[in-house]
Design a protein around this ligand. Sequence first.
Ligand SMILES: C[S@@+](CC[C@H](N)C(=O)[O-])C[C@H]1O[C@@H](n2cnc3c(N)ncnc32)[C@H](O)[C@@H]1O
Length: 300
Amino acid sequence: MTKLTLNEDAVHELLAHADDDEQSTSVYWNEHKNLFDVQSDGTIIGNSVLGNASTKRSFLRDAAHYLLQYPLKKWARQYRTLGQCEKLGRKIAKRTGRQFTYDFLRHVFTLALIQQHRPEKTTVGNTLVIEDGFGTMASLILGHSPDTRVIIVNLTKSLTLDLIYLKRAYPSIGMALVKSDEEMDLALLDTAIRVIAVQADHCDVLYRAPIHLAVNIVSMQEMDLPVVEKYFHILRSNPAKTTSFYCCNRRVKISNFDEYPMGFLKIVSANGVNITIVINGHLFANDPMGIKQLCTDLWI
Ligand SMILES: C[S@@+](CC[C@H](N)C(=O)[O-])C[C@H]1O[C@@H](n2cnc3c(N)ncnc32)[C@H](O)[C@@H]1O
């Protein structure tokens, strides 16, 4: 009988395989994933390129971040739910023992942007986060509604961190690690499971899941083109009636945005660095953060 690997067991299983070779790893990630290790409490040893999840907090640091971020908020001030999304982001950062860094703020901007264009729908159905960093986007999506489920696909080492941080944000949440079609079907049927984790090499299981919203932030750029094509194929073939896709990537890095299999997709914004596209007619407007979204983080 099929049995799911849940919660702490899922984290331990991933930790045990964190250094395994993975076919879906690009040369870039092959190099970078060997530069850091993840411990069971979420501590990173070494240097990771996963973004800033600084745990340094104090009255002065918090105030400095707040003040330095203040001018950045003008990029997103037209989003009706910005205040609400920021409040949620700050709550999650506090619960997970993180500083509310610029990295967190830009994820908050993304949620507010998506909400602007899917006000009724952002928080229902299944959201696929293609990669994440410290579970940030997944935590924000989950924080919005008890009715949504997040599916995260990532390389094993990064996925471990995603799950550890998600569990910190939502200690009683049900998480399952899924490796086969049978396990995916079982997890999708279980309403207590709100996080389904998938290792990138097992991404074929995603074909089983209806995907209502998909999010990819600065990572397809670091994947090989056949891997990007595979994710597009999954999105196009998924059983949901409509799928919205928020995709924001560098134009050229490991993969070249112009070679993504866009097909009929409409490119809404292409300012040289940052792209937002749509699938099945859900139109996301031009991303106002543009180039600045990818600028150097604020390190304090
Ligand atoms: C630069 S980080 C981006 C983190 C986060 N989205 C952000 O904006 O800060 C790139 C992420 O892509 C993930 N990644 C790399 N190759 C992948 C693949 N083939 N499938 C899924 N995720 C992958 C990495 O593990 C990492 O979590």
